[in-house]
Design a binder for this molecule. Structure first.
Ligand code: ZN
Length: 162
């Protein structure tokens, strides 16, 4: 099944539907600013069901690798994605209790829920705000003794962090 699929989130949960497939990183356009390149794809699976309190949920897993841009050297940085989210499908009826469950991930009940958008949201939450190579593996750290923090790249990286 393609990540281009559109589902009815509430019905998908209530009827316990399942789907799995792959989504190209290039299709996750809101990730673009964080990426070094948009190659590769991520595997996903989506399973509907009711939880112990009989609330509709979508369980989403996303796995794979993406190439983030190191904020220090602006080089590529392989980041393993391993997302496991249990999304509560929020109906108008459940609106009153939303305040009590705001520690949980929720999505609106929507007959036109794009699977790609769900995946994009979860991956965005999973990636670091300012990804960087570990100390000693970043080419900027090696160079920094010569051109210090005055390089335009370092200044840009600092801007992005703030
Ligand atoms: Zn780096």
């Amino acid at each position: 099944m393609s990540a281009q699929a559109v589902i009815d989130s509430l019905e998908f949960a209530h009827t316990g539907q399942r789907m799995q497939g792959e989504v190209k990183v290039a299709q996750l356009t809101r990730l673009a600013d964080s990426l070094f390149d948009a190659g590769g794809s991520l595997r996903f699976s989506l399973a509907g069901g009711d939880d112990a309190q009989r609330r509709p949920r979508l369980n989403l897993t996303v796995e794979g690798e993406i190439n983030l841009r190191c904020q220090r050297c602006l080089g590529g940085l392989v980041f393993p994605v391993a997302v496991e989210s249990s999304l509560l499908v929020l109906t108008d009826k459940a609106g009153g209790e939303t305040a009590e469950i705001d520690d949980l991930d929720g999505i609106p009940a929507d007959p036109h829920t794009e699977v790609r958008v769900l995946i994009e949201d979860e991956v965005l939450l999973a990636i670091p705000i300012a990804p960087r190579h570990p100390e000693g593996q970043c080419s900027a750290a090696v160079k920094s003794t010569q051109d210090s923090a005055a390089s335009p790249f370092a200044a840009l990286a600092k801007l992005k962090r703030n």
